[in-house]
Design a protein around this ligand. Structure first.
Ligand SMILES: Cc1cc2nc3c(=O)[nH]c(=O)nc-3n(C[C@H](O)[C@H](O)[C@H](O)COP(=O)(O)O)c2cc1C
Length: 223
């Protein structure tokens, strides 16, 4: 018998935000595969400036329930992932990243020298303009998006969460007072205890235009 894996398009179309979960735990091997796929996500300058805190214990999930003002997902889902954006990790040593890229034949020594200097200058520019948080959060959120689609393919349900108090989340995961770190997103993961219908999306013409934002009639779709 042939089994057909879900395509990326299937995962995109069938993923729903699930707010109620069965108590069943996620097998450790499944969770590991899922997290490995999340960190395959690209990051600006390959900085890999985001971490995922995996919260599975009762105390941590109770803490995140408190931090989210009582949302059901952290109470019910067996796993809650906290995506942490690392605003200043670009200042740390990245020789391991360069070694790996060199070893994979992806980057030459000349490229590494150029890339290292250019990324530092770029990040310094962000720092001057107060944009470090915004840029690190982008990287963390892309990883969360990859994770939600990979979870869908594995038969797992997810919910992204914005509704939380940042200082409380930081306290729960042990980084209170760390201004160099920001909470980007929480994602609950587990087995669905509800079926959520697709709430729908506006017609593509409402959100996709060609060439210039907001030009009336300038839709992406050709007649
Ligand atoms: C960045 C982000 C934050 C969200 N935060 C919450 C949240 O805190 N609580 C919640 O119940 N749903 C949250 N949602 C889920 C949205 O309400 C949901 O994605 C939207 O209604 C569309 O439904 P769908 O995901 O099933 O397509 C969030 C979604 C996104 C993308």
């Amino acid at each position: 018998m042939t089994t057909h894996a879900m395509t990326v398009a299937d995962a995109i179309r069938t993923r729903r935000t699930v707010r109620h979960y069965l108590p069943d735990p996620i097998p450790e091997t499944t969770l590991t595969s899922l997290l490995d796929l999340a960190i395959e996500a690209p990051t600006s300058w390959n900085l890999q400036d985001r971490s995922i805190v995996v919260v599975t214990g009762d105390e941590g999930r109770e803490g995140l329930t408190w931090a989210t003002g009582g949302q059901p997902q952290p109470q019910e889902a067996p796993v809650v992932l906290v995506f942490v954006a690392e605003l200043r990790s670009w200042q740390d040593d990245h020789s391991d990243v360069y070694e790996q890229a060199r070893g994979n034949g992806a980057w030459s020594d000349d490229f590494i020298a150029m890339f290292s200097a250019a990324s530092k200058a770029f990040q310094e520019g962000l720092d001057e303009r107060g944009l470090l948080r915004e840029y690190a959060v982008k990287d963390a959120v892309i990883a969360a998006s990859f994770l939600m689609l990979a979870a869908t393919e594995m038969g797992l349900a997810t919910s992204p969460m914005n509704g939380w108090d940042e200082e409380k989340v930081k306290k729960v995961i042990g980084i209170d007072g760390r201004d160099d770190l920001a909470i980007a997103l929480l994602v609950s993961v587990g087995y669905a205890a509800e079926v959520r219908p697709h709430p729908g999306r506006r017609a593509p013409e409402r959100n996709i235009v060609r060439e210039r934002y907001g030009d009336p009639g300038n839709t992406a779709r050709q007649e």
